[in-house]
Design a protein around this ligand. Sequence first.
Ligand SMILES: [Fe+2]
Ligand SMILES: [Fe+2]
Length: 137
Amino acid sequence: MAYQWDSSLETGYEKIDNQHKQLISALNDIIEASISGKGSDEVFKTLDFLTGYTIMHFADEEKLQIQYDYPDYFTHKHYHDEFKATVKALTERLVKEGPTGEMVELVTTSIGNWLLNHIKGDDFRMAAYVKTHSKKQ
Ligand SMILES: [Fe+2]
Ligand SMILES: [Fe+2]
């Protein structure tokens, strides 16, 4: 397994943590599809799933931030939007150039690095804010 969820990624907000675990597992599925030689269809299928799950996860985080009047909502949402555009561009490149081992590695490394950084930075700050303002729940 290329990516492993561990406690350094734990925001302490259960729903978000569970979704982050799913994202990491979906990312590993792409790597697995690529190295198992199951073919291009499987790579694109797993990438599609990750893309869809990411969109759902971002929407959930943004809803949570609105609910708590999170002061960094617009910045956080902007990072999400930028990442969605990046994933779209990477997918287009993968379609164009074909899902070779090298290309899949580029795509999964880009996605993985962004996700881990975002979780440990922006998502941690969001979760800390939500936890300290949770009386509104
Ligand atoms: Fe997140
Ligand atoms: Fe986020």
